[in-house]
Design a protein around this ligand. Structure first.
Ligand code: COA
Length: 171
């Protein structure tokens, strides 16, 4: 566990182009067959930096959250993870990755990332945040108010996925 002083030093900021390698490192350490390629991470940084945040401790990136935006509700579209069909002003925002390096987990870092992400999604006037997750993380997302949308048809990475959505009620 990090001490209080270290936790207070954690900064959440928007991604920048030079963060590509460190973001890809977090992605590949935290995911297995479902990890995004470096090319995909690059597109997400270039095409939608507004929806891509990093957690930094002492100038080291230790956590990420990234997304795309769309008017669609279909979360099984693999091409969308490659930002095909991404429209920055789409009504929904779809989280692709939320990841914290293993040695920094359980310090509230993903909570900081997610809280800021929800705040930004509201500022961007998105109607809903959508994502798919593995069954073990359903309660995790419910803590933020996400609702269960049913089992996904996606078999991304060879896993079984569940749909979750957070209505933002922004008028
Ligand atoms: C899931 C993950 C992002 C959590 O990161 P973290 O920084 O350890 O999470 P936090 O410390 O901010 O925890 C926030 C809350 O969620 C809970 N939580 C954390 N990990 C959890 C898990 N795996 N399952 C259920 N609850 C969890 C914490 O207890 C905490 O609850 P509290 O606010 O009531 O105290 C991290 O374990 C990870 O990177 N996993 C691998 C990638 C992954 O599966 N990402 C999710 C994509 S669908």
């Amino acid at each position: 566990m990090l001490g209080n002083k270290q936790v207070q030093k954690i900064k959440i900021r928007h991604v920048e182009e030079h963060d590509l390698s460190v973001c890809y490192n977090v992605e590949s350490v935290c995911y297995t067959s479902d990890a995004a390629t470096k090319e995909k991470i690059k597109k997400r940084i270039q095409l939608f930096p507004d929806g891509f945040l990093v957690a930094e401790l002492n100038k080291r990136v230790i956590g990420i959250i990234n997304s795309g935006s769309t008017n669609e509700e279909d979360l099984t579209d693999e091409a969308f993870k490659d930002m095909v069909g991404h429209v920055a002003d789409g009504k929904n925002i779809v989280i692709f990755s939320l990841a914290v390096l293993p040695e920094f987990r359980r310090n509230g870092i993903s909570k900081k990332l997610m809280t800021k992400f929800i705040e930004i999604s509201k500022t961007l006037k998105k109607e809903k945040i959508l994502l798919i997750c593995k069954s073990g993380l359903i309660p995790y997302y419910q803590k933020y108010g996400f609702l269960y949308g049913g089992k996904s048809k996606s078999r991304h990475g060879g896993f079984e996925w569940h749909e979750m959505y957070l209505p933002l009620c922004v008028k």
